[in-house]
Structure formats: C-alpha cells, structure tokens
Write a new protein. Sequence first.
Length: 308
Amino acid sequence: MKYTSVHYTPSDRMCDLVSTHYAVLPVMSRFGLALGFGDKTIGEVCGEVGVDATTFLAVINLMLDPAYLPDIATISVRSLTDYLHNAHRYFLDFRLPSIRRKLIEAVNCSRNDVAFAIMRYYDDYFAEVNRHMEYEEQRVFPYVEALLAGAPADDYSIEIFRRQHDRVEEHLSELKQIIIKYYPMGGTNELNDALYDIFTCEEELASHNAVEDALYIPAIERLSAERPKRGGVGRETLSSREKEIIICVVKGMTNKEIAEQLCISTHTVITHRRNIANKLQIHSAAGLTIYAIVNKLVDLSELKLSNE
Ligand SMILES: [Fe+2]
Ligand SMILES: [Fe+2]
C-alpha cells in the first residue's frame, strides 16, 4: 500500500484519487461507486448516487494515512454500517475463497505434509474470520440499527465490542511467514500469485479493522452518548396521536389513508409526521418501523400480515 500524508477533499477529482491509489478500488465498490466518472470531483461522484462523501473520504484518508484524524461528528453511521457489511461480503464470499482456490492449485496436498498443514491452517483462519465478521453482523449491526432508531438494547454496549475486537489479519501474516520460510517447493508462479494475494488481503483486512477501530466505534460511542437524551425526550413527549400515526406509517398507509382513519386532515397528518421526525430524529419509514417494533407499538407479525 502506498501511504501518503496528503488528504483528499470533496473538490479533488475522483480519477486522480483512483489513478494514484488503485488500492481504493474495492472501497469504491463497497460504497456503490462505479467507474466511468470522467473528470468529476469526489463530491460530485458521491452526490450523484447518494453516497455520503464525508464518510467515503474518511475511509479513504484513513486507508492512505493511518495517522489521519477524522472528524467523528461528521461520520454517517448508516453509511459506514452499509460499507462494513459490503466489506464483510467481499472478504467472505469473494476474497478468501479466491485465495483458497489459488492455494490449492499451488500446493500439492497429496504428496506433501507441509502443503496439507498449510491448507488446514488456511481453513481454520477462514473460519476464524467468518466468526469475527458474523459476530459483527449478528450482534453489533443490529445494536447500531436499534441505536439509530432511538432505542438501543439494554444488554449490549459498544464498549463490549471495543474490548473484544481483535486484529483479524494477524494470523494471515503468520501463514505468509510459514509459506515463505517452510514450504519446500516454493517459487512457482502459482504459489507466488497466491502469496501476493495473501499480502494484499492482509493489508485490506488491516485497513478494514482500522476503519472499525478508528471510525466506526468512536462514531457509535458518540451516537450512543447522544441518543439517551434525544430518544428519552422523544419517547416522553410523543403524544398518543403521534404514536397512532407511527403505527399507521409502518403499516404502509399513505397520508390520505391515515387522515381518513383518524378523522383528521392530510395537512395535520403531515404536521404530526414532521414533529415525530424532529422528536425522534428518524426520517424514514424503515427507521420508524424499527422504532415501533423496539418500543412495542406494533408486532412484527402484524407488519408481515399487513404486507401480504
Ligand atoms: Fe468487520
Ligand atoms: Fe472487525
């Protein structure tokens, strides 16, 4: 990886970033940014597809300069969660299986005990990465979703994640050393190719971990420090009429349908919805759905039935 102390800004051209640092290509695809952007700036390319440019640049600048200090207050937790989820899929579904295929081609397990041990080491490592990322998918991301909806779970905190979050790339470095030092029949193009991928994957995993440690965890801590105030006040001040409106919204009803059911004007429904958004800091129906489920305003089965 080519490190730099130059930090990119929204007014820099996207083609300059990619041409200088090709290692950013996987980051772009995880944010849903396609190639073919001509001379547009980073801000323009992100803006066109609704990607939060500040969060994208925080990831890029941290990747290119491990000493980079981002402004955590400007990070979009939603955008970063989506990015990390896509990165997990990249490692588990594409990158690690691809290296495994190359390793099998490069080493002959039937005639070499070291080769067999290397493949076993790799498979154990793959399983370890899978456990690491599945924990984040199953435990951390749902906690963050609930936090974004204004109602974090009582039995979990991001401090637990911070304490147990380990450096998942370390064992890959060990495997690299084992192959370099002890594999008796090294030097083939196939093995060199697999080794090269292990080197770059180790860097990608280290960068992924750095994003979680330096951006994601601090951003969630900041969010959770704010939420009890916002969420608490919001829950206290939600009127019973506003709760009724939330229930209607998550059931998929239009403003007109809500107005008819509650015998009020459409204008009043819109005003209530604006007040709800301000109180809860939730602006989407999906976010309100999570809020309504967590706060037991609706039952999940009720929502499923209403969608059928
Ligand atoms: Fe992760
Ligand atoms: Fe992680």
